[in-house]
Unconditional design. Structure first.
Lengths: 129, 476, 672
């Protein structure tokens, strides 16, 4: 009974081995010339030291939100993609409708300038952002 | 392809959803707010027409029992769509005059309405939850519509936090009920024989979720802050459409999923009805801001409606539906006029003393406000009276005398704060610096129609009550 | 008939539309207010079209047609009790509708000229239309409750229109007085309604009239008495008649329409409508007759002494209404309705004629003012008039015709109807309580004499002789040059009404007049028309007696006219009055003081009530009731103030509140 879980066990082992080996290898092979910047905590390029209540550009939040939205929708699409042939045309068109609506959302955010990083020069400055 | 044919049963929702997407695209690519407004109005009108037609059609279940249609569900849709339509019409002038007329309002309203339409026809806990969340998220956004208004943003955040908090309870309740019964279908839950701890905990948390949505005491505290902070027409939307939707769904849950536990939830609702009526009215008495006062008044009204739910008979449910109808008409009207007065001096022009002498400056508006307020007090011949009377009568039939006594006393006390507005409108010297603009034809026509309906259904409630009385069987 | 019944609601709806149209547009548009021709035409049409509809229905309807009801919608539904907004069309209601809309339309038309210079023109016409609407509800109602709505509605309109010139304190007081006296009657009426409902379980006329056998004799008497008290308020009978003379403060067309032709007859209508109920109790009928006869004679005596032309007409109206009540009390409902119709014609004509006179006198006063002369006189006072027949020929002729009609000289309208009442009263003298009825008959005969006398006194004093104003007031020398006839819109109406006063009586020629010559006859149209809907007393006396009575009443009337001519022609007005006053002494003083009724009510009821409320009730009210109310209010406010502290504005507190609620609910459900 437990035999069927052996591939998973193997996969876990493989993952551990790979992870450990990469860290070890980079430590051994990589050049090691530390300076203060490199030793600081990594915060996606931001200055890690300063006021906790700093103001971020709203674009960060928007991009993050967009990401989460589109990322989450994939959760719905995966199971459908695996099994849709069994359910027939109705399910297929339902999903097309779903993706269509999602696509409209994408068009909307595109037009509103969500992806123009430089908001100052984008046409979005006169709209609501 | 049975479900394609069944699409017709949720046609109003489809129309509204489609309109929402359309309006969103129009806003992004054509950027014509007027066009957006017109599209929204037309589609809402169409959906309302279909929903009214559905009321008289047959009723049943569709989509494997996920939703119900016709009867009470259709009437709920009518309530929601009336609220939406009036909100949309009033919002244009109001937002234009107060300088925050942006097209997103309309798409958010439409999406919110879509959620409400799903909510009123939900026959399954999941559908119910989807409806509630779609509705709530749009409301959070709408509450904070005016971004540079501190109070509005604060209101939106408060609403969001507490809404999320209460949604947690609601979801837990649903999960527990699912755990106890093994089904999310309302009617399946009703057939459960073994009612254990999990079941009762589920019922309790479900009640909490609904109590929050209808702002029963002590889940009401967000209401005054949010109602005051949100733009007034949006407040009207929250106070009418979303409440009607929540109440209709509440009726469905109580009557379909929990009919066997009527004695138990009857007691709970009995207690919270009294709390809501007493505290809602008492706090309304001490308010100096009209929007806040109306917020507490809507809490108080929720208390009266809970009397009907506590009675829990078919007659009581149909009385509640009538009450919701009257409530929708008069609240839309009253908020519409509060919004109108705000045109002139900005968003803070909602203190009672601001209204001094305004009744004579635009007599039509003054008279309309009087009609709506008298209807809220429950004075014949306005619809509000019939609503109260029918709810109280249904409760008396069930022997809930104590509730009705509290209800009558509370509404007697309510005369004070409603009339206070009228006294300011008519019996105080007005500030000579204020001149009122004549409202546009569409704006005043909408309010006049609301007032006319308030009177019409106060004088001749027979047809509507007969119709509501015929919603039985599958509807409850 | 049934196919046309759907027309009935329109009779009522059209005046309402007229009221709403003029009222709303007038309220919201200043420019609309100045478009007087438009306003007047709409208002007149809003009454005239219903008249046409009623006339059409009249042509279709036969004397023996069954009554038809049309229900618009259910008005009130409480438990077993249900009342419709429903209208009942039968011979009686149709007759009333014809009078109300016919005379109403004429008076509307007249008012266009009469009110032309008034600022509240639009208001006046919308009130008039509202009045017509409520009055039609009153007469067409198929149940007592809707009738009561109309009953109160006409009271309201009467109040609004008496106090139309509300800036004048006296006029607004008169309006209040009318309203309050009416309220006394309405209260009794309402109790009667409750009692009827208690016995019958319904307020529909059909059920009431079919269920008269359910009443015990005592109930009949009490209910009838209460309705009678209601009717004495609305129709100005003893003891509640004192408001009507004061009601003349309103514009003259209002006096003609509301306080002569229509509203004041609603009491008679209601009693006729309920005739099967009233006929059950002989005592009740006697009571009605006594009230009527005494009102007739008392009002007539007061009318003898008055100089204000509208006041004379007002008392004359009270007196004629007394005649109608006398007829009701003798079971002669047809006669009462007949007199109601003819009275509507000639009294409207008289009032409108007096309006024309007042209009002219007013004009004189204004012109004198324009000349810079400070002349003040009462334009309604006969003593300043005289000789107007040369200046206002049309008004004079029509006024004279109407006066002859009211005096009861054949073959004009008033003769037939009044004679019928006298005959029926004598007839009642053959039945139960016969002696009393004979006494009442004698009283009525005296009143008939006085009617002829004071009416000719009025006409002669006003129109004959010479214009007395210049003689009375020095500055008003040559003032007669300012006298002029009223415009065509006004005089044409006078002529129509005068014409009706002449021919109106022919609808009720007594059968015996013809049958004496031909053997049998069927010429009494109004009797045939109404016999079906009212329960009338039988005629017992023979033809010979009827002829005798007829001649008697002619002689009496002619005697009155003759005496009046002897005494009042050629400017002898004041001299003759002084002569009478001297001869009669104290009695004349009593008449002139209106029997001191106002003072008696004031001293006997109003003052004690005020004193009692002031000393006892007010103290109780302030100390106990207000104290209690204030205590409750301050406690509530205190609680509210405390509760406010929980409304902190902090989300944490709110969440805390939610958690508390959750705990309570979970506890309630888990630990049941």
């Amino acid at each position: 009974m437990l035999e069927q879980y052996i591939p998973i066990l193997l996969l876990i082992c493989l993952a551990i081995i790979l992870a450990v080996s990469f860290i070890v290898l980079s430590h051994v092979l990589g050049p090691n010339r530390p300076n203060s910047n490199k030793l600081g905590a990594y915060e996606s390029g931001m200055d890690p030291i300063g006021q906790a209540r700093d103001r971020y550009s709203v674009s960060f939040y928007i991009i993050a939100m967009e990401f989460i939205v589109f990322d989450l929708e994939v959760v719905f699409i995966y199971p459908w993609a695996v099994r849709y042939q069994e359910f027939g045309a109705g399910t297929f068109w339902s999903m097309m409708l779903f993706i269509g609506i999602l696509f409209l959302g994408l068009l909307y955010t595109l037009r509103k300038g969500t992806f123009d990083w430089d908001l100052v020069h984008s046409r979005a400055k006169k709209s609501s952002y | 392809m049975e479900s394609v044919n069944e699409l017709v049963t949720i046609l109003p929702a489809i129309i509204i959803g489609f309109a929402g997407l359309l309006v969103m695209m129009l806003d992004a690519y054509i950027e014509n707010v007027r066009l957006v407004f017109r599209t929204t109005t037309l589609f809402t009108l169409g959906a309302l027409g279909i929903a009214i037609n559905d009321m008289f059609g047959h009723s049943g279940e569709a989509f494997y029992g996920l939703i119900t249609y016709g009867g009470t569900a259709a009437f709920g849709a009518v309530l929601v769509l009336i609220g939406t339509l009036v909100t949309v019409i009033l919002s244009r002038d109001y937002l234009e005059k107060t300088g925050s007329h942006i097209a997103e309002v309309y798409s958010m309203i439409l999406f919110g309405t879509f959620g409400m339409l799903i909510l009123v026809s939900a026959n399954n806990l999941v559908t119910l939850f989807l409806g509630i969340e779609t509705m709530s998220i749009c409301l959070y956004v709408l509450a904070g519509l005016v971004k540079n208004e501190k109070k509005g943003v604060e209101a939106a955040l408060k609403y969001f936090l507490l809404g999320a908090f209460s949604t947690g309870f609601l979801l837990y309740g649903m999960a527990l009920l699912y755990g106890a019964s093994g089904s999310t279908f309302l009617t399946d839950i009703a057939t459960l024989d073994d009612k254990g701890m999990i079941y009762w905990a589920g019922v309790a948390l479900l009640l909490v979720g609904f109590f929050f949505k209808i702002s029963a005491v002590p889940f009401h505290m967000w209401t005054p802050d949010v109602y005051q902070g949100a733009p007034t027409t949006i407040t009207a939307y929250m106070a009418t459409a979303s409440k009607s939707a929540a109440f209709v769904a509440f009726i469905f849950v109580l009557s379909r999923a929990l009919p066997e536990a009527r004695a138990e939830w009857g007691d709970v609702i009995w207690l919270f009805s009294i709390l809501t009526m007493v505290i809602g009215n008492v706090l309304a008495l001490v308010q100096d801001n009209v929007k806040r006062m109306l917020a507490y008044s809507s809490i108080a009204h929720a208390g009266y409606i809970l009397i009907g739910l506590a009675a829990g008979t078919d007659a009581a449910y149909s009385a509640v539906l009538f009450y919701l109808f009257a409530y929708t008409l008069m609240n839309l009207g009253a908020f519409g006029i509060v919004a109108y007065y705000e045109w002139h001096k900005g968003l803070d022009f909602t203190e009672v003393k601001n209204y001094a002498g305004l009744g004579f400056k635009q007599p039509v508006m003054g008279v309309l406000m009087s009609i709506f307020l008298f209807s809220m007090v429950g004075i014949p011949p306005f619809a509000g009276f019939i609503g109260k009377y029918r709810v109280f009568a249904a409760a008396v039939d069930e022997g809930l005398i104590s509730l009705v006594v509290v209800g009558v006393l509370a509404s007697a006390a309510s005369v004070y704060y409603y009339l206070r507005v009228l006294i300011n409108l008519y019996m105080h010297e007005s500030d000579p610096g204020i001149t009122l603009i004549r409202p546009g034809v569409l704006y005043s026509a909408t309010l006049i129609i609301l007032a006319a309906l308030t009177i019409y259904f106060g004088v001749k409630p027979g047809d509507l009550t007969n119709l509501l009385g015929s919603f039985k069987g599958i509807s409850y | 008939m049934d196919t046309y019944v759907h027309l009935v609601p329109w009779i009522v709806i059209i005046p309402l539309v007229g009221f709403l149209f003029n009222g709303l547009f007038g309220l919201f548009s200043e420019s609309f207010q100045t478009r007087k021709t438009l306003i007047g035409s709409i208002a007149t049409l809003a009454v005239f079209i219903p008249f046409l509809i009623a006339a059409y229905l009249f042509i279709l309807m036969q004397g023996d047609s069954e009554s038809v009801s049309v229900s618009l919608f259910t008005w009130i539904e409480v438990g077993d009790f249900s009342t419709d907004i429903g209208y009942r069309l039968d011979q009686l209601s149709l007759l009333m509708v014809l009078v109300v809309t016919g005379v109403g339309a004429l008076i509307h038309f007249y008012s266009i000229g009469y009110m032309a210079d008034d600022e509240g023109f639009w208001k006046f016409f919308s009130f008039l239309n509202l009045f017509i609407f409520t009055m039609l509800n009153l007469v067409l109602a198929d149940n007592m409750l809707l009738l009561f709505l109309g009953w109160e509605g006409v009271g309201l309109c009467s109040y609004l229109l008496i106090g139309f010139w509300y800036t004048d304190m006296a006029k607004s007081d008169a309006a209040k007085k009318a309203f309050l006296y009416n309220r006394v009657g309405d209260f009794a009426f309402l109790i009667a309604l409750f009692m009827i409902f208690q016995v019958i379980g319904s307020l529909r006329f059909e059920d009431i009239l079919n269920g008269t056998n359910l009443f015990t004799g005592e109930q009949v008497f009490i209910i009838g008495l209460l309705i009678l008290i209601g009717a004495t308020g609305k129709s100005a009978q003893i003891p509640l008649f004192v408001w009507l003379p004061d009601a003349m403060a309103g514009p003259t067309p209002v006096s003609a329409l509301i306080h002569a032709a229509t509203m004041v007859t609603s009491g008679i209508y209601v009693i006729s409508r309920l005739s099967p109920l009233f006929m059950l109790s002989a005592e009740l009928m006697l009571f009605v007759a006594v009230i009527g006869a005494f009102t007739a004679v008392i009002a007539a005596t007061i009318a003898l002494t008055k100089y204000d032309i509208k006041a004379v007409l007002a008392y004359s109206t009270v007196s004629q209404l007394g005649f109608m009540f006398l007829a009701l009390g003798t079971g002669a409902y047809v006669a009462a309705m007949f007199h109601l119709v003819t009275h509507a014609f000639f009294k409207a004509c008289l009032f409108l004629g007096s309006g024309s006179v007042i209009h002219a006198m007013h004009h004189v006063e204004n012109k004198l003012h324009n000349e810079g002369k400070k002349v003040h006189f009462d334009p309604q006072d006969m003593r300043f008039m005289g000789g107007l027949k040369n200046y206002l020929p049309h008004t004079y002729k029509t006024f004279m015709i109407a006066t002859i009609a009211i005096a009861g000289i054949p073959p004009l309208a008033g003769f037939f109807s009044k004679d019928e009442i006298l005959v029926m009263t004598f007839n009642a003298g053959m039945g139960a309580y016969g002696e009393v009825y004979i006494g009442l008959w004698a009283l009525a005969l005296v009143t008939a004499f006085m009617t002829a006398f004071y009416m000719f006194r009025l006409t002669l004093g006003t129109f004959h002789g010479t214009f007395r104003l210049p003689g009375k007031i020095k500055e008003a020398k040559d003032a007669e040059k300012y006298l002029h006839e009223s415009p065509f819109t006004m005089t044409s109406v006078l002529w129509v009404l005068a014409g009706l006063s002449i021919v109106g009586g022919f609808i009720g020629i007594p059968n015996f007049v013809v049958s004496t010559f031909t053997g049998t006859a069927d010429v009494n149209l109004i009797s045939n028309w109404l016999d079906h809907v009212t329960l009338n007393a039988d005629l017992i006396i023979g033809k010979e007696v009827e002829w005798l009575l007829l001649f008697g009443s002619v002689v009496i009337a002619l005697l009155g006219v003759f005496t009046a001519f002897r005494m009042y022609d050629y400017n002898q007005l004041e001299a003759s009055d002084a002569g009478i006053s001297e001869k009669l002494g104290a009695i004349y003083q009593v008449w002139s003081d209106k029997y001191k009724l106002d003072e008696i009510y004031e001293g006997g009821i109003v003052h004690p009530t005020i004193r009692f409320s002031d000393r006892v009730l007010a103290v109780f009210d302030i100390r106990f009731i207000d104290g209690f109310v204030n205590a409750v209010a301050s406690i509530v406010r205190f609680i509210g103030g405390v509760m406010r502290y929980f409304q902190t504005g902090l989300v944490q507190t709110y969440a805390y509140g939610i958690v508390l609620g959750v705990i309570v609910i979970v506890a309630m459900l888990l630990f049941r």
